[in-house]
Design a binder for this molecule. Structure first.
Ligand code: PBG
Length: 343
């Protein structure tokens, strides 16, 4: 019996405040809460990042990301089928490149038979209706773990951009539907657009990691693709300073001008203010990446019984919608989609 459901008693009325607004009225029952709910999370909002590893069959767990595994191509195809059956619109592929194939210039990125290209081909063939997003950057392929070419201690921009444009075309040839440059070099979106168009890939979209911050929250991802051990220095000369917000708007404006179809903010939860500013300012399809460290934090606290992991997962993703995101890259994608499907 709710206090609202019957008239208040004499004593209660005597002590009641005379309020013209009682916001709690709209929260009094589940049906009322559903009625006034402003945002909703559906499977359509999810992009699932997947790690690919060489091998005949099998999976290897990523220690710092409980529940996440590196998948061989065969397993990745099976998971892509599962994702499609859960109505997840798209998956994003990240390779764990054999250490022996990494070199200072990331030359394996230009091998049309590299891991990510073979995975994209296999998935496209088996699951033609799921969107395939390929990351463009050199870090999975370089021996120093940077997203670009090093000259001494400097990451050289324009030479890197030339390589990234070739990498994008090779990925499009392998079946990538969306190219997602995550390198934060200046001018890469324009160069990639031109290269894709010249190669006949007018319909391949670009989802630009437009506002990507130099973040501590990428740690577990670097374990997953094997760059943590080798990374020389840090990425602060190309990824953004976490102190800045206006700068994110300038970065996003440039990427849109250069031809980005969709923009992304990364990391996610600590940067929801940027998501909101981006959506309000540009009104373009806006995505956020709930990165590896955010996933790891929720999983670790849940494993310790410190938070309810299931509820924290759903709440964190709904928060992205509230901030204005049109979709979220999240390692929780299949779990959330299963949950949503069960209703
Ligand atoms: C690499 C890249 C990174 C992520 C996506 N693409 C890491 C980095 O910039 O070092 C991070 C994703 C995550 O942490 O989940 N260009």
């Amino acid at each position: 019996p709710l206090p609202f459901a019957r008239p208040a008693s004499e004593e209660a009325r005597a002590s009641s405040l005379s309020l013209s607004h009682r916001p709690r009225r709209n929260r009094k029952a589940e049906w009322a809460r559903r009625l006034v709910r402003e945002n909703v999370l559906t499977a359509n909002d999810l992009i699932w990042p997947i790690f690919i590893v060489e091998g005949e069959s099998g999976r290897t767990p990523v220690a710092s990301m409980p529940g996440v595994e590196r998948l061989t191509i065969g397993e990745a195809v099976r998971e892509a089928e599962r994702a499609a059956s859960l109505d997840i619109p798209a998956i994003a592929l990240f390779p764990y490149t054999d250490p022996g194939l990494r070199d200072p210039t990331g030359s394996e990125s230009l091998n049309s038979r590299n891991l990510v290209c073979r995975a994209a081909r296999a998935i496209k063939k088996a699951v033609p209706d799921i969107g395939i997003i390929c990351d463009v950057a050199l870090d999975p392929y370089t021996s120093h773990g940077h997203d670009g070419l090093l000259e001494g201690e400097r990451i050289i921009n324009d030479e890197t951009v030339a390589l990234l444009a070739r990498q994008a075309v090779i990925q499009a040839e392998a079946g990538a539907d969306v190219i997602a440059p995550s390198d934060m070099m200046d001018g890469r979106v324009g160069a990639i657009r031109t290269a894709l168009d010249e190669a006949g890939f007018q319909d391949v979209q670009i989802m630009a990691y437009a506002a990507k911050y130099a973040s501590a929250f990428y740690g577990p991802f670097r374990d997953a693709i094997g760059t943590n051990a080798t990374l020389v220095g840090d990425k602060r000369t190309y990824q953004m300073d976490p102190a800045n917000s206006d700068e994110a708007l300038r970065e996003i404006a440039l990427d849109i001008e250069e031809g980005a179809d969709m923009i992304m903010v990364k990391p996610g939860m600590p940067y929801l203010d940027i998501v909101r500013r981006a959506k309000d300012t540009f009104a373009v399809p806006t995505f956020a990446y709930q990165v590896s460290g955010e996933y790891a934090m929720i999983q670790a606290a849940a494993a310790n019984g410190w938070i309810d992991g299931e509820r924290a997962m759903m709440e964190s993703l709904l928060a992205f919608k509230r901030a204005g995101a049109d979709g979220i890259l999240t390692y929780f994608a299949p779990r959330v989609a299963e949950k949503l499907k069960q209703g």
